[in-house]
Design a protein. Structure first.
Lengths: 540, 279
């Protein structure tokens, strides 16, 4: 249903089977097929020396944990390349066609209708992995301060720590409040002296990161006194227990409470990024050192031989007080420097600093991937359809409304959650996790159109639970749609509403958000038609 | 030293005269008990005792023996007065707090008696400062009636292990629970904060445990806000003795070595927060 803008709907197809074929030691091909027999190949890249990851995996899979079917048999693939950890500021969805969407992969939940993100992406590699068996509780015994440093690094990203014990390791993740930066540390089982995790039961929880930081407060004393750290997750009692065995027989036990959480995974396609760089963290540390600590955003521009890093100066700001700092890095300062697209990206520096502290302490190389900022292409409009009669449980609604009219085909592709400059874009949300950013700063570098004369911009963004057959078995908390509210620009904000059968509190929150948008829309002449008619079941 | 050349005749008027070559020997100890403005000074021929109290639930005492002082003269059996501790510390540090080796502030503390101010003569590098601090009627310190015969559990620990634990204590917890037991967990500090609970266990055979004498399993809770000031004393000390009596009252005794290697004691008494069933 069209209002002031366009409605784009995506019908999710369920594609349950992912097939990986090993073509050579370093190249794997993958294809997805659904029950209807449709299949599509997934483009895979090759990361030198490592196993390629299908581009729709949510996190780099530890290569030795990669398993796949060959025919009807399950096989495991192992390499010696360690898995890694990623930080993504900022993220932009790239729309894929429905056929490209996988539904699941070996227990690592993918996002149906998942879109690999473009944007700037940092990763670095950590330790090796090995297979390991199963139990109901996660128990990990670990020595060393790397875990503590990872937690401190994650605390620079967001306020909450998402813990997900997986077969291929313990994943610690965090995302910032505006959903523009995400970090994931995947500790492979081999990192621990003992690692046991229950298979068949995906467990996720989140907790305030400050409470976990309190366990590992002083890195210096940790190094000196802690001999062993035992982490036990007891989901029946809702406790995550950290036991630090210290010198002189002292034992510190921390029982932390947690909440069940949704899955927090960013989807990205490392292999499809046009620009790839790798360097020792020292280089990046020395680069960011020149910027004042209060600096929020930096712009990175690349050409074939050079990379420029400069602070981002608001054009509307006070020009007389602005100071522009620019550094130029030559390609030979990097271990790897591959540029295919001469682009610029602007991102928030704060989260990067947190990562750099960690990277520098471990001395591991950092890889940087980016493409275009906010690249998203406009999907073709679906035929007009009766909103209310649709199977609400299985589609996504993304609607971008604005006063300014205009055809969808014109203008640069821009993501929907940006400010009023971008008026026409839509994006589909993912089922599970959605991370996107509100890079108003990016829009300044990418949008070529002039901002239209808008009085407001509202975005309704929907995501739904899987079809009703699965609803009863899945807790609402596993549903995850994240969207960010733009704090800065009253004219643009994003909303999300969850499945209509989700809990009432979520509903009421959504209604409140929707009402908020109505207030703003009253200034617009077209406000009366700008609101979707809710589904009758919603009213009940 | 100029102070010592003062005519001895002046001393006749003073009820109490105490001299220190290094005023830091006194000021450091007093810092360990400064959580309230006012302190009760009680001097006997044995030495000086300074008491600070909080809401009748917490009492801190600093003991500086007469031997610590270069000169300690007292005319009566006991001399008592109350002064503003913050002001006193400011005066003791009047030459600045920086520690330069070889340079120290000399102190001569004189008190004429009831109604007279406390007079401090401070000298450093030839410069003399005279401070007169008004004294007040000394309040009677609470007698916690903590006697050794009533002690059920006693533990002496090296301070460095406790220092770490106290610095990491979860401040969102209202209480600090201390469990002492002849069996596991022997000696345990527990907090119950917003994010969960934490336990610090010290086994009885640990290197850090100098003495372990527990007769009965006892668990007592003490208000965190009351015990927080004791961390200052803990930071200065090298050993701490933790004792609880049958009522659950807590006595923490800190052994402090001053700059010259002499020993002073700081003691904290704390009331338990609530009755906990003994296990």
């Amino acid at each position: 249903r069209c209002f002031c803008g366009r409605v784009v709907r995506r019908k999710l197809k369920k594609l349950p089977k992912l097939t990986l074929s090993v073509l050579s030691k370093e190249v794997i091909s993958a294809s997805l097929s659904d029950s209807a027999g449709n299949s599509c190949p997934l483009p895979l890249g090759v990361i030198p020396g490592s196993v390629a990851c299908p581009n729709t995996l949510s996190s780099p899979v530890s290569p030795s944990m990669l398993s796949f079917w060959e025919g009807k048999e399950k096989r495991f693939l192992s390499t010696s390349q360690p898995p890694g950890c990623c930080i993504f500021p900022p993220l932009r969805p790239k729309l894929l066609s429905a056929a490209e969407v996988p539904n699941s992969f070996e227990g690592i939940p993918l996002l149906p209708n998942s879109k690999p993100f473009t944007g700037l992406l940092f990763t670095f590699w950590m330790l090796v992995a090995a297979l390991s068996p199963s139990c109901l509780h996660v128990e990990a015994v670990v020595v060393g301060t790397v875990l503590a440093k990872a937690i401190h690094s994650l605390s620079r990203i967001g306020d909450e720590l998402y813990v997900e014990p997986q077969e291929d390791g313990l994943a610690l993740r965090s995302v910032n409040s505006s959903r523009s930066a995400y970090a994931c540390f995947l500790f492979a089982p081999l990192f621990f002296s003992r690692y046991t995790v229950h298979t068949g039961h995906t467990f996720r929880c989140k907790m305030a990161i400050k409470s976990v930081q309190a366990v590992f407060r002083s890195l210096a004393s940790l190094e000196k006194t802690v001999e062993k750290c035992h982490i036990e997750l007891d989901d029946q009692n809702n406790r995550l227990t950290f036991t630090l065995h210290c010198k002189h027989g002292l034992m510190k036990t921390h029982n932390l409470s947690f909440q069940d959480s949704e899955s927090l995974q960013a989807v990205f396609d490392k292999d499809s990024y046009a620009n790839v760089f790798r360097s020792h963290p020292r280089l990046l540390v020395d680069t960011v050192m020149h910027f004042p600590p209060s600096l929020e955003e930096v712009t990175v521009s690349v050409s074939d031989e050079r990379m420029w890093v400069r602070n981002h100066v608001e054009e509307e700001g006070d020009q007389s007080k602005a100071m522009l700092t620019e550094l130029c890095l030559a390609s030979d300062e990097f271990d790897h420097f591959a540029v295919q697209a001469h682009n610029s990206v602007t991102f928030c520096l704060k989260e990067l600093r947190g990562l750099l502290v960690f990277a520098e302490s471990t001395g591991l190389p950092i890889s940087m991937y980016f493409d275009e900022p906010g690249r998203a292409h406009t999907p073709p409009l679906p035929p007009p359809d009766d909103f209310m009669n649709d199977d609400i449980d299985s589609y996504l609604i993304a609607m971008d409304t604005s006063v300014a009219p205009g055809p969808s085909a014109t203008g640069p592709p821009t993501p929907p959650f940006a400010d009023s400059i971008c008026s026409k874009q839509t994006a589909a949300a993912s089922h599970r996790t959605r991370l996107h950013s509100e890079e108003e700063e990016e829009e300044e570098t990418t949008s070529s159109g002039r901002p239209p004369n808008k009085k407001f911009c509202s975005l309704f963004f929907g995501s739904v639970l899987p079809p009703s057959s699965q609803i009863s078995t899945q807790p609402v908390s596993s549903q995850q749609v994240l969207a960010s509210d733009s704090e800065d620009d009253v004219h643009s904000f994003s909303l999300f509403f969850l499945n209509l059968s989700s809990s009432f509190s979520l509903l009421s929150r959504t209604l409140r958000l929707i009402l908020l948008s109505l207030e703003l829309s009253f200034s617009s002449p077209s406000s009366s038609t700008c609101f979707p008619v809710p589904d009758p079941s919603l009213k009940s | 030293m100029p102070l010592s050349t003062q005519s001895q005749g002046d001393d006749e008027q003073y009820v109490l005269v105490a001299s220190l070559d290094n005023a830091r020997n006194l000021s450091n100890i007093l810092k360990a008990i400064t959580f309230k403005d006012h302190a009760i000074f009680s001097a006997t021929p044995n030495g000086l005792k300074v008491t600070v109290e909080d809401s009748k639930c917490l009492q801190a005492n600093a003991f500086i023996q007469a031997e610590i002082f270069q000169e300690f003269t007292i005319r009566d059996d006991s001399v008592g007065f109350q002064v503003n501790l913050t002001v006193l510390l400011d005066c003791l540090n009047i030459f600045g707090g920086s520690i330069v080796p070889g340079v120290s502030t000399a102190l001569r503390m004189c008190y004429k008696g009831y109604g007279y101010p406390l007079t401090l003569f401070l000298e450093e590098g030839g410069v003399v400062t005279v401070c007169k601090i008004n004294t007040q009627e000394p309040e009677e310190p609470v007698d916690f009636e903590f006697c050794s015969t009533n002690v059920t559990n006693k533990v002496i620990l090296l301070s460095e292990s406790l220092k770490e634990a106290f610095s990491e204590l979860d401040m969102t917890s209202e209480v600090l629970q201390i469990t002492m037991s002849p069996s596991q967990p022997y000696f345990r500090l527990s907090t119950f904060g917003n994010s969960g609970n934490a336990h610090y266990d010290y086994p009885k055979d640990s290197d850090m445990m100098e003495l372990f004498r527990c007769t009965k399993t006892q668990t007592n809770r003490y208000k965190m806000s009351l015990l927080k000031p004791s961390t200052k004393a803990l930071a200065l000390s090298c050993k701490v003795s933790v004792r609880t009596d049958s009522r659950g009252f807590l006595s923490l005794q800190y052994l402090v070595r001053n700059d010259d290697g002499q020993i002073c004691f700081v003691e904290y008494f704390c009331c338990p927060d609530e009755e906990v069933e003994e296990q």
